[in-house]
Structure formats: C-alpha cells, structure tokens
Ligand binder design. Structure first.
Ligand code: ATP
Ligand code: MG
Length: 358
C-alpha cells in the first residue's frame, strides 16, 4: 500500500497532500505529511520485529502522553500527540500485516545528533529528567514492550543456557571474559533485587535516551520534549540514567578496539547529572538517590554480558562488521566498566554534591 493511501485512514485535520520520507531512522520508517489544513504530521511504520505488540505499545504512548499533557503549558508542543485512525484506533494495519501510526509534527524544533560536549550532555540530562519528572506520579500499568529489558535475572537465564549450549564452540578462548561476568554476578543480582522488592520504585522509563530523541525549541534553544516513545515501559528510573551515561560519557565509541582510549569522562558525567538532577531531584526517593551512581555500572555490565553472549551464540543478534566484532565490543565495554568501577567513589561524590546544591 502507498503511504498516501495509508495516511487517508487517519483522522487528520485537513487532507494529506504530500508524504515525504524523513531521515534514516534505525528502527522505524518515518515520513512527514503535509496537508491543506493547519498541521503537518509524522507517519511511521513501526518495526514489528523489534516491537512484537504494536497495539500495546501505542496504548503505552497514549497513556503517557495524556498524562504529560495535563501538566504542561503547551500540550501540542511539549509532548507527542498521537492521531487516531478514522475508526478510533491508534494504529493502522495494512493487509500485509505492517503497523503504521501518526502523530502531530512539532514545528520550529531542532534535533542534535550526538552529545559531544558537556553542555550537550547537560541538555540530554535535562531532557530525560524533565520527562521523568512529569511522569513521577504516573501510576497506571504499562505493557512490557520488550521482554526482560534491563532485567539481569532474566539475562542470566539466557546466559546460563548460552554457556551450556556453546553453540559457536568459542567458550574455551573466553576464560577471562566469562570470569569478568561471573565475578560480578552477585553484585548485579543484588542491585536488581532492589527493583524486584520495590526498594527502588517502578517509574516510567523512556529506554532510548540518545540526544536525537529530544526536540529542542528553535527559538529558545532549550529542550522541549522527549520523542520516540516506542520503548516507554515501567522500570527503575536509574535504567535511563545508566544507559545514557554508558554512551554519553564514554571517551570513545562503544566498539573502540583501542581499549586504552576507553574511559568514563567525569566532566560529561557531572554535566549530564547536573541537568538530570536539576529536573528530577525533587521527585526522587532516598533509595533512588543512594543508588543513582551505580546505574551506569549496572547497565554497562548488562551490555558486556549481551555482547559476549551474542559472540558465544555465534553472532545472531547484533549486526557485526567483522568476525570478532562482538568480542571487541565486549572487551571495550569491559574497559568502560572497569573505569566506572575505579571512578565510582568520585561518581557518588558528584551525585551527593549535586543533590546538596540549592
Ligand atoms: P531512531 O531509530 O534513529 O531513533 P526512529 O526510527 O525511532 O529513529 P524517531 O526517533 O521517532 O524514529 O523519529 C526520527 C526523527 O524524526 C526524529 O529524530 C526527529 O528529527 C523527527 N521527528 C519524529 N517525531 C517528530 C515530531 N512529532 N515532530 C517533529 N519531528 C519529529
Ligand atoms: Mg529516534
């Protein structure tokens, strides 16, 4: 089906006159729709391999954005607005089984690609901190759109199976890497138990905190809202912080084969946390504050485990560019975790100082 035929199934204000592809997203196919009415729209084909239950995912997005709209000055600009189909659904399914969804195009905004400076890291922290703060009192259930996301107990089930199966016959050469994982197993399970036991509260998490998933107001230059809400789920807020720091504060890329270049940049860490905590500290629990600095270690550990597990499984999940790519990713992220462990006291100090700041 043509995109112009698909868009006709949505309840737009006006008639669609043009549908044009936008950028090259990793996950979805995105189009901008011009109409003869007052608004432009974003049309997206949702990736059904990444998201097995698109209707549930759209329900999550609507629940969360409806909550945000009640709290902001400009509800059409400060969060996404999902546009239903003419028969009142939040998605349209084509005869070939593909799912499509529409939201309002938010005008006069810019996006930034990567956080290369502390000031941009601060913007990323402000963005997710603001998003989480607006949702701190959200208490409805959300669907688990990706099963076991950041759940290390579930990852260990897969890990133990992977070691047992040794599918690619690679285990013998991985003594050091496997010991790295096993030596930290208990520490990481102890952290996750705090989530399971409710010591760390369930919150709305965004789960894709990269800088390009925030719109900035063209006029003020300030972060306006979080977009790309496909991965919104219930978990600990700390996951978002941990995942952001893993990428924003790494001195290099996640698969740098020169491990001597891998370390956590504390200037980036401090700037991100300054932005995040300025928005979020009023709504954080004591336990969240206590464990805040540990979050990047947990998420980086999980990533080491996932890269190594994929290498052991024979490179079936992550796309690789060369045969040892997953092993290089594993070792590079091991170096990052070691650097975080060395700097953990300093990271705790930074968090404590930012929390004490007026
Ligand atoms: P990626 O995988 O790269 O994160 P994606 O496929 O998940 O992309 P989105 O992040 O939802 O897609 O959107 C891609 C880009 O389209 C955004 O970075 C932004 O520039 C633009 N965009 C998305 N939604 C809107 C909107 N409502 N208003 C204006 N621009 C938007
Ligand atoms: Mg995106």
């Amino acid at each position: 089906m043509d995109t112009i035929d698909i868009i006709r199934h949505f309840a737009l204000d006006g008639k669609a006159v043009e549908v044009k592809p936008l950028g090259d997203g990793f996950i979805n196919d995105t189009f901008v729709v011009k109409t003869d009415g007052p608004h432009k729209y974003i049309l997206q084909r949702k990736n059904k391999f990444v998201f097995p239950d698109v209707p549930a995912m759209m329900d999550n997005i609507v629940a969360v954005t409806t909550h945000i709209k009640k709290k902001v000055q400009d509800p059409l600009r400060e969060t996404l607005t999902v546009v239903p189909t003419t028969d009142g659904k939040y998605y349209f399914q084509t005869p070939d089984g593909e799912y499509w969804a529409v939201c309002l195009f938010i005008e006069d905004t810019v996006t930034n690609d990567v956080a290369s400076t502390p000031d941009m890291a601060r913007q990323g922290g402000l963005g997710i901190g603001h998003f989480q703060a607006l949702l701190a009192d959200f208490d409805k259930p959300l669907a688990e759109v990706i099963k076991g996301f950041h759940n290390i107990r579930w990852r260990f089930v897969q890990w133990d199976e992977a070691l047992k199966a040794n599918k690619a016959g690679r285990i013998d050469g991985l003594t050091e890497e496997i010991a790295f994982i096993e030596g930290r197993r208990k520490e990481m399970l102890d952290f996750w138990k705090l989530v399971e036991d409710g010591v760390l509260p369930m919150r709305v998490t965004h789960n894709d905190t990269k800088l390009s998933n925030f719109l900035f107001d063209k006029a003020t230059g300030k972060v306006l809202c979080a977009i790309d809400l496909d991965t919104v789920m219930s978990s600990t807020s700390l996951n978002d912080v941990g995942d952001a720091i893993r990428s924003y504060a790494n001195n290099t890329v996640e698969d740098d084969p020169d491990y001597s270049k891998v370390w956590i940049r504390l200037d980036m860490y401090e700037a991100y946390m300054d932005g995040y905590l300025s928005e979020r500290k009023a709504t954080l629990s004591e336990s969240e504050k206590e464990w805040m600095a540990f979050a990047p270690l947990y998420i980086t550990y999980e990533q080491v485990l996932r890269f190594l597990m994929d290498y052991i499984d024979g490179d079936v999940y992550y796309k690789i560019k060369y045969p040892e790519h997953n092993l290089v990713r594993t070792r590079s992220q091991m170096a990052l975790l070691r650097s975080m462990e060395d700097n953990y006291p300093e990271m705790r100090k930074i968090v404590a100082e930012l929390l004490a700041k007026a």
